[in-house]
Every structure is written in C-alpha cells, then in structure tokens.
Design a binder for this molecule. Structure first.
Ligand SMILES: [Zn+2]
Length: 410
C-alpha cells in the first residue's frame, strides 16, 4: 500500500501536468426568463403523473381480471399486476442505513445553530439531524409528514471552519425553500420510485445460478426484467433530463441563500474544501490500518489537512475546474458555483458560530465520533485484507450524496 499521498508534479505557471480541459458544456448560472411557459416543467409533471397513475391503472386491471376472469392464468396475471402496482407505489424517504440520529437533548447547541439558520432563511424547523460516516451532507423530507432532516457526514464536518459549517447548514436547509421540484413531493417521489425500481429489476439479483427449477425461471424472467427495466430507465432518463436545468438553478439559489446567511467567502470556502480535502481525508482513513501512529484517526486527519501544501491545494482546484468536477450529478460544476457565490459579494454573515459554541458542538458529537472512527478503521482493515463482508456500513439507497459505493472510495 502507498505510504504517502504522493503529490504529482505540475507547473503552476504553464499548467504542465494537468489534463486537457473538458469542453465547456455551455452551462451557466442564468436564471430562467420569467413569464415564459416552462416546457421542461410541464414535461416533468406529465412524466411524474404517468409514474403516479400507473399503480392505480395496474390495480384496476388486476381487480377486473380477478373478478371477471376465469382460470389460473387470469388469477396469476392479476397477482403479477397487483405486485407490480405495489412496487410502483411511492415510498416514504428514509435516512441512510448508517446514519445515527441526534436528538435535541443529545445536541442542544447543534440544534440551536440549525434553528438560527432556519430563522434567517425563513424555512421550517429541522426535525432530525443525523450523522453519517461520509464526506458529504444531504437533506430530505422524511415520511408522510415530510419532516425535514439533514444528514451531516462527520469526515466533512470535522475539516470545515466554523463559517464553512454555517454555510453547509445554510445550503442544506435552503433545499427546503429553493423551489426545487426534484426534492418536492410530486416529482421527487416519482424519481425515488423509478430509482428504487431500476435497482429491484436487476436480473443479476435473481437467485438460482445452478439450481434446476430456479435456473429455468431465471431464463424466463431475465428478458422480461430487462424489458421492464428498460422502460423504467427511459422514464427516469426523461424525468432527469426535464428537471436537470431547473434543478441546477435551484442549487445555485441554495448557494445564494447560504451566502446570505454565512457570507459568499464561507460558501466558496466550503466548496473548495469539499474539492481539495476529500482526497486527503479519504487517504488518511484508507491507510489507517498501516499507519504506525499513536494518534487517533481524527487527529491524523487534522494533521494531514494542516500539512497539505498550498501548491497541491491549488493543483486540485485547477484540476477540478478543468474536469468540471461536481459534488454529485445533481449539482452544477463546482467552479460555476464558486464563481457565482463570489460574484454575489455577500460580506457580512448573519449567523456566526463562535469558537466556544463550536467546541460545545464537538463535545455533543464526541460519542458518535468515536463510533464512526472505529467503524471507518474496521472497514479500512477489511478492505485491506479483501474482506468486503467486514465493511460495517454498506452504501445505502436513495441518498442524494456524492459518492457511488463505499466511502472512502478504494
Ligand atoms: Zn445541494
């Protein structure tokens, strides 16, 4: 295993050592012209309506077949349609499987900070704060009561400055007020249904590789599943495409709202920290089993971040700009977001996190910190000895976070 991060050679003057810049995709941060009919929005709501009415149509057909039809075939078909209808029903969003909930009693200072930010944004209160072991953060509306929840990834939270922490909370809470239909009840739940269905209909997940009867049913079911999966994929692609532009505009708007709360520089600093520090934090976690150091993992992370050379920070920023890096598929390229918030020139933060309160919040997170540190170290050890079953936090479904698979990426 590599013993140090091994920063590549490059030249800051002529940018030798950086890859070719990606072609400009013509994206901008310009907001939509008012008063014009938004065809994409109409398309998105039409597709979402198809997704939401399909279960009712299937259930009606199943009922007709079961009552009017005769014979085993009719009853069997009715059962299949009923199962499909249930599969297509929207499900309440849940927290990530490895998220740990903090109650108001557990973390009064963290909740008070969230309350301050929600008051500034004019957003509803946050009901659930959960801590995850990822270099990421996300927000969602939970269950039928649409209770607002924010997931904070501890490895990210730990390396942010106090003003960047306020910016992160501001961006996540702004998702509740930025008018993004992809996070809304109607289009958002249609997207969730299709994402879950695409995963469920994977023929590779079918049991029975060698077994006689199971093998035969697998042969029959596989082409059917591919057909259904293709239809689901096309619907998902359609919804994704029709909401992409409005979703990205909403992300810029969330950055604007966060900048008003925490300042432009804090939001830009947050975006740069997410770009620059993730490889260093991931490397420190991944190599923790072979590092001969008496220091706890989080202290080693702090140390690695503190000694990261300015030249390497600069290289990572320029590399991300050239590659149009995004925090995930749903967000615009980070370079566009950074320049957009800097152009706002919001200087005075409306919410400040004092060093004393930051320390109190750290104390509230201490127990979870220890557990996540242990889990990440165990997972790194398991990955080292090629024991994937040893991972303690497999990647969950439905997160709008930035990584596919385990964090840290291998
Ligand atoms: Zn966002």
């Amino acid at each position: 295993m590599q013993a140090d991060e091994g920063f590549p050679l490059w030249c800051a003057a002529c940018e030798w050592g950086l890859p070719q810049a990606e072609a400009d995709r013509g994206e901008s941060t310009v907001t939509a012209a008012r008063g014009r009919i938004d065809l994409a929005r109409i398309g998105a709501y039409t597709l979402a309506t198809v997704v939401h009415t399909l279960p009712l149509g299937l259930l009606a057909s199943a009922t007709v077949l079961a009552t009017a039809g005769r014979g085993v075939v009719a009853y069997g078909l009715a059962a299949v349609l009923a199962v499909l209808a249930v599969t297509l029903m929207p499900r309440p969003v849940r927290l990530d499987r490895d998220a740990e909930i903090l109650t108001r009693d557990d973390a009064p200072h963290l909740y008070a900070l969230f309350d301050e930010v929600t008051a500034e944004l004019g957003a509803g209160p946050v009901h659930v704060i959960a801590i995850t072991p990822e270099f990421n953060a996300s927000s969602m509306a939970l269950g039928l009561r649409r209770r607002r929840a924010v997931q904070l990834g501890l490895p990210l939270w730990r390396v942010l400055t106090p003003d960047q922490k306020v910016a992160l909370i501001g961006h996540e809470l702004a998702h509740g007020v930025n008018g993004d239909c992809r996070h809304g009840l109607y289009v958002g739940s249609a997207l969730d249904v299709l994402t879950g269905l695409h995963r469920t209909l994977d023929p590779d997940e079918l049991p029975g590789h060698e077994d006689g009867l199971m093998y035969m049913s697998r042969l029959v079911l596989t082409p059917l599943l591919w057909l259904c999966r293709g239809a689901v994929f096309l619907l998902h692609r359609g919804l994704d495409r029709t909401t992409l532009r409005s979703g990205r505009r909403a992300e810029h708007h969330a950055d604007e709202l966060a900048a008003r709360v925490a300042s432009s520089e804090a939001v830009a600093g947050l975006l740069e920290a997410m770009t620059v520090l993730e490889p260093t934090v991931a490397f420190t976690v991944r190599t923790s089993p072979v590092t001969r150091s008496p220091l706890p993992l989080w202290d080693r992370v702090d140390q690695a971040v503190a000694v990261l050379p300015d030249g390497e920070r600069d290289r990572r920023l320029r590399l991300a700009a050239r590659e149009n890096t995004q925090v995930d598929d749903t967000h615009p390229p980070t370079r566009l977001r950074t320049s957009h918030v800097r152009a706002l020139a919001a200087i005075e933060p409306r919410v400040r996190l004092s060093p004393e309160t930051a320390d109190r919040i750290d104390a509230e997170l201490a127990a979870i910190s220890t557990r996540i540190e242990r889990n990440l170290t165990e997972a790194a050890e398991a990955a080292l000895y090629h024991r994937p079953e040893g991972g303690t936090h497999p990647r969950k479904a439905g997160s709008d976070g930035g990584f596919e698979g385990h964090w840290p990426p291998g």
